[in-house]
Design a protein around this ligand. Sequence first.
Ligand code: FAD
Length: 289
Amino acid sequence: MLVKEILESRNEPVFSLEFFPPKKQEDWDRLFETISNLIPLDPSYVSVTYGAGGSTRERTHNLVTKIQKETGITVVSHLTCIGSERAEIESILRLYRENGINNVLALRGDKPADIPTIEEAVKDFPHAIDLVRFIKENFPEMGIGVAGFPEGHPETPNRMKELEYLKEKVDAGADYIVTQLFFDNRDYFDYVERCAIAGINVPIIPGIMPIATKKGMIRMSELALGSRIPAKLLRRVLEAADDQEVAKIGIEWATSQVQELIDNRVKGVHFYTLNLAEATLKIFENIRK
Ligand SMILES: Cc1cc2nc3c(=O)[nH]c(=O)nc-3n(C[C@H](O)[C@H](O)[C@H](O)COP(=O)(O)OP(=O)(O)OC[C@H]3O[C@@H](n4cnc5c(N)ncnc54)[C@H](O)[C@@H]3O)c2cc1C
């Protein structure tokens, strides 16, 4: 089923889960244990991230097809285009078509660290919109999602221009938008409203990730795309005695975010699981109480 059809067919918010393809074999076994623990939550679809470089790409393909075959759940494969040529993207999409994968999250991806400028990294697809257009033209049966950034993307020259680019992606054929994770729902609600003003009318699915460890939070905030940690949350995490307490705080915070999003009738919530089941299970338990 296409994600677009799933979003259109439900009156309640849908839930989706994101996984990444592990590097080591033993982590694959653990991931499938995580997936089987999360299946009872009845996710409407799951998505699998995509990394640069040959072996990482192969892992994404393998994971996407394995999940689809073993669980029957609708799978969305992330696909980045920054360093790719048309032939490569075409062969990946053909492979998905042959394996019944018909949902793609079309992304540009980031510049590899060893390439000095973004211009040097780009081959046939300068921006995600070029990938959206390519898919629409050559694989019209595919469902397409794209990324959105409630707090802005670091390379965006200004926030008005950003919405213009986002609208172009939607006009080119994107069915829905999944957001970068955020910790303050006001950023998301404001983003949704600004998108509406810009004439963007597709579902905007909020991405949620609970903070799990103090170190993880600091690492996240150091990334270029680091989301803003509201002072209230920051204080609680920094004052926590240990990571067990941090995980509890992270789950509590994410639960209240999800509850507020549901109360505001979002179309769906996307969970960045980091391949772990516990936090997502706990959030579901809290909101279903
Ligand atoms: C939900 C989600 C999932 C992700 N999954 C992955 C993943 O699996 N693998 C991975 O490597 N990365 C992933 N990313 C990260 C993403 O690839 C990076 O954030 C990347 O820098 C931006 O990708 P994009 O698709 O938004 O690019 P674009 O839409 O191309 O935007 C990139 C920048 O270019 C600007 N821009 C867009 N269009 C134009 C235009 N026509 N002219 C000029 N400027 C323009 C934008 O404003 C933005 O600043 C994900 C991000 C999100 C939010």
